[in-house]
Design a protein around this ligand. Structure first.
Ligand code: NAD
Ligand code: UFG
Length: 346
């Protein structure tokens, strides 16, 4: 192994991948990014360079193309991979299931194949709390049963975990699957953040774009749920904390500290926040009144979920440090920076 372990970050110009690339470079890892830029921009590499003082190697590759992917593995000797690259819009996946299955699953299969051929046996996978559906008991632990997914996107996460579990059982790979709760916020420099192409679906970019006047008003999807204020509850986690969880997972694999060849960790804060609480907190912190209406429930939404994070704390040695205020303030700083300067070109 190199003195500096070399990590392949797939989907590394995307939201979570770019913050993780920063965390990896700052933790002393050599970092190689691949992305097809279908949902991100090349300029992110410049931003990572500005933040860290190190320019990660970047290759524009579509992971569905196994030959191109193998060429990247021939150029670098990877000690481990973090696999972010995927399509992630839940409602799009309902309209275009084949695109989602093809993109997310073929990319994963090609990646596992390339890992086999080039003797890279450590992989961190981007999973999601969506695999739990609406759990009967809260908070959810890693032993909470996985349920039938609500969308083709969710199903790609469930199937991907099954593929990885089977490959690791056959001694092909050591895998840590991180089940993210709701990532939001942005890097504290305001240089990288979430950049949804087209109309955003997730609550935080919807809120910040409304505050910026890009969206005239937004809908709160339902206030008649069985929750204290009637709106849905999620476990929002700051993107920089989430990035750090990847560094911890990677270190565990590289140091061969994993107890089994397939491990799962919930990555959340352990605190449930309702939509109305989020809106009120944003208004309190920024002084901006958010124009919104209360509309009907959004199809496929679960009522409430938050994580039991004790496994990540006790086993991985990771715990979220940043607060809801940090999530809101960094997301707002990022939005203002986007509105004032803009920025990225294809
Ligand atoms: P993102 O869209 O910002 O990043 C994903 C990146 O993958 C994009 O840059 C995109 O261009 C790239 N990509 C997609 N298909 C590709 C392909 N075939 N070849 C090469 N590159 C490809 O999304 P994100 O929010 O950073 O999510 C990263 C991962 O985390 C995804 O796997 C997503 O499903 C998972 N996840 C995200 C959330 C969330 O709320 N953001 C929650 C749970 C899990
Ligand atoms: N919401 C609104 N109005 C909006 C957008 C969202 O009221 O305009 C509400 C939703 O109804 C939900 C909450 O805000 O109650 C959070 O919604 P998001 O769309 O931000 O997040 P989800 O929990 O629905 O899903 C997200 C990702 C999924 C991922 C999941 C778990 O979109 O890909 O978190 O990680 F699987």
């Amino acid at each position: 192994m190199n003195s500096k372990p070399c990590i392949l970050v797939t989907g590394g110009t995307g939201f979570i991948g770019s913050h993780t690339a920063v965390a990896l470079l700052q933790a002393g890892f050599e970092t190689v990014i691949i992305d097809n830029l279908s949902n991100s921009y090349h300029e992110v590499i410049d931003r990572i360079d500005t933040i860290t003082g190190t320019r990660p190697a970047f290759h524009r590759v579509d992971m569905r193309d196994d030959q191109s992917l193998n060429e990247i593995f021939s150029l670098h000797q990877f000690d481990a991979v973090i696999h972010f690259a995927a399509l992630k819009a839940v409602s799009d996946s309902v309209d275009q299931p084949l695109l989602y299955y093809h993109n997310n699953l073929v990319s994963l299969l090609n990646l596992i194949n390339a890992c086999m051929q080039h003797k890279t046996d450590k992989l961190v996978f981007s999973s999601s709390c969506t695999v739990y559906g609406q759990p009967e008991q809260l908070p959810v632990t890693e032993n909470t049963p996985v349920q039938k997914p609500h969308s083709p996107y969710g199903n790609t996460k469930k199937i991907s975990e099954e593929i990885l579990r089977d490959c690791s059982a056959a001694s092909l790979l050591n895998v840590i699957s991180l089940r993210y709760f709701n990532p939001c916020g942005a890097h504290d420099t305001g240089l990288i953040g979430e950049f949804p192409i087209g109309k955003p679906n997730n609550l935080m970019p919807v809120i910040t774009q409304t505050a910026a006047g890009i969206i005239p008003q937004f809908e709160i999807f339902g206030n008649n749920y069985n929750t204290p204020d009637g709106s849905c509850i999620r476990d929002y986690i700051h993107i920089s904390d989430l990035a750090d969880a990847h560094v911890k997972a990677l270190e565990r694999l590289i140091r061969k500290q994993n107890d089994s060849c397939f491990e799962v960790f919930n990555v959340g804060t352990g605190t449930g926040i309702s939509v109305l609480e989020m809106v009120n907190a944003f208004e309190r912190l920024t002084g901006i009144k958010l124009k919104h209406t209360i509309s009907g429930r959004r199809a496929g939404d679960i009522e409430q979920i938050w994580a039991d994070t004790s496994k990540a704390e006790n086993v991985l040695g990771w715990k979220a440090k940043l607060t809801l205020d940090d999530m809101i303030l960094t997301a707002w700083k990022w939005q203002q920076q986007l509105t004032q300067k803009t920025v990225y070109t294809k």
